[in-house]
Design a protein around this ligand. Sequence first.
Ligand SMILES: Nc1ncnc2c1ncn2[C@@H]1O[C@H](COP(=O)(O)OP(=O)(O)OP(=O)(O)O)[C@@H](O)[C@H]1O
Ligand SMILES: [Mg+2]
Length: 450
Amino acid sequence: MDSDLPGFLGPNEAPQHPDSRQGPPIRLMVVKRREDAARALALSQDGEVCWPVSVPQYEFARIRTRYVAYTGGVGSGKTIAGALKAIIEGGRRRSVGLLVAPTYPMLHDLLLPAFFKYAIGPGESPRYLRSYNKAEDSGDLINGTKVYCRSADKPDKLRGFSAGWIWADEVREWGTGDPEAGLYTWNILVARLRQFKDGVLFLTTTPCGRSHWLAKKFLDSNDPDFAIVKSATQDNPFLPDDFAARLAHEYGTGFFYKQEAGGEFVDPEGDLFQKEWFVIKEPPQNWRYFVRGWDLAYSTKTKADYTCGVKLGVTATNDVWVLNVVHGKWPWPQARQMVADVARGDGSSVIQAVEKVGAQLGSLQDIRDVLVGHPIKSIDRLTDKTSYALPIASRLQQGKMFIAPGAWNQAYIEEFLSFDGEGRGHDDYVDATANAMQAVVRPRIEITEW
Ligand SMILES: Nc1ncnc2c1ncn2[C@@H]1O[C@H](COP(=O)(O)OP(=O)(O)OP(=O)(O)O)[C@@H](O)[C@H]1O
Ligand SMILES: [Mg+2]
C-alpha cells in the first residue's frame, strides 16, 4: 500500500465505530494531482473506504476544535470537505447530526448530493447510510446516528435540536448575506451543540470582509475553541487544470479575486478597479446601439442626493464606450425633469436603463410617464454591488471598454478607483454604468427560424 504518500491516515488514526453495526473505516489520502484521485479510490476494499482529498480538506477532517471553519475560494472543495467531515463525525459514535444549508434549494442541490456521495460511499450498496426520509429531510446512518438536514432561512426553526455535531455550508449567505442576521443564526446553532461535551460545529464557506463576524471569531480571536483552515481555488487538485487561471482572467487581481478565488478575508479598499484600465480617447463612429443607465437619487433616501445618467455606445466590434455622463444633485421632481430632458436629447435610439428595485419601482413608473415614446429597459438587480460592478471591471481590464473625452472624466474615474462595493462612499457613477451594462450584456433576443 502507498504508505509513503503524504497525509495517509495510519491504522490507528482511522475513525472508530463503536456501535456493533459499523461501517468500514475511512482513510483519507492526500492527492496533489487530479489523476491520482482514481488511485486513491482504487485502494477502497471491502474492509475500508479510501477517499482522495486535497491538503486543506485533509487538515479540516482531522481538526477537532469545538468550532472550525473551512474557508475557501470558489470551487476550492468546501462542500466536499464538509460532507466528508460530516460522515466521519457521524461515524465517530451514535449521535445526532445537523446539516445546515443557507436555503432549501441549496440544501437539495448542493449540500445533500455531496453528503450522499460520502454517506453511500463507493460501490453499489450504501456503506454508511441506512435510510433517508425525503419528506422529513432526515436520515439514519447504520450506527444509529440520526442526521437532520435543514435550511437556515428560518433560523428559529433550528431551535429544539440537541446535536453532537453540526455542519453548515456557505455560512456567508445566512440571512441572505446580512451579517447581523447571520450572527443570529450562529447564536442559535451554537446552542444546539449540547449532546456531548466534545461536540463539534464545522463551517464551510467563502470568506467575506474583515469586519464580518466570521473574521472576528475565526481569525481575530485567540480563543482555542476556534480554528480555521484556509484554501484557495488552486488548492483543489480535482478541478480542471485551467479553472483557476480562467478565474484569474475573469476577476482580475483585485479584491474580488483575492476573496473569491484566493479565499482570503479582505476588504475591498477600492481595489476592484485599477487606474491603468481607464483609457480616454476619441470614439469611433461604427455604433451598433446606445444605452443610458440611470442611478436615481430617489432610490437611496439615506444619501438622497445625486442622480446620474451614463450613456454607453456599443460598436460593431462589441467595444463599449462611455460617451456622456450627467450627474447632479436635484430633489426628485427636478431630477425627474432632468431625466426627461436628457432622454429627449438622447433621442429614441438610446435605450434608457432604469433599475427596478425597491423604492425605485415608484420612480420607474414615474420615469415611464415622462419617457413615453422612448425605449426603456427595467434592470433587475440580483446580486451584491461588487458582483454587479464586475462586468465593468472585466471589460475594462480586457481593453474592451473606453472613455470618450469629457469634463466629467476625472470625477467619473475617481469614483471607480475608490469603489469599495459596500456602499461606503458614493457610487452613483458606478451604479449608473452598471445599470447600463446590464442592458449591454444582454442586448436583445435573437430569433432563429427553424
Ligand atoms: N476530495 C475530493 N474528491 C473528489 N472531487 C472533489 C474533492 N474535493 C472537491 N472535489 C471536486 O471539486 C469541485 C469543487 O468542489 P466543491 O463543490 O466541494 O467546492 P466548493 O468550494 O464548495 O465550491 P463552490 O464555491 O461552488 O461552493 C467539485 O466538482 C468536486 O466534486
Ligand atoms: Mg460549495
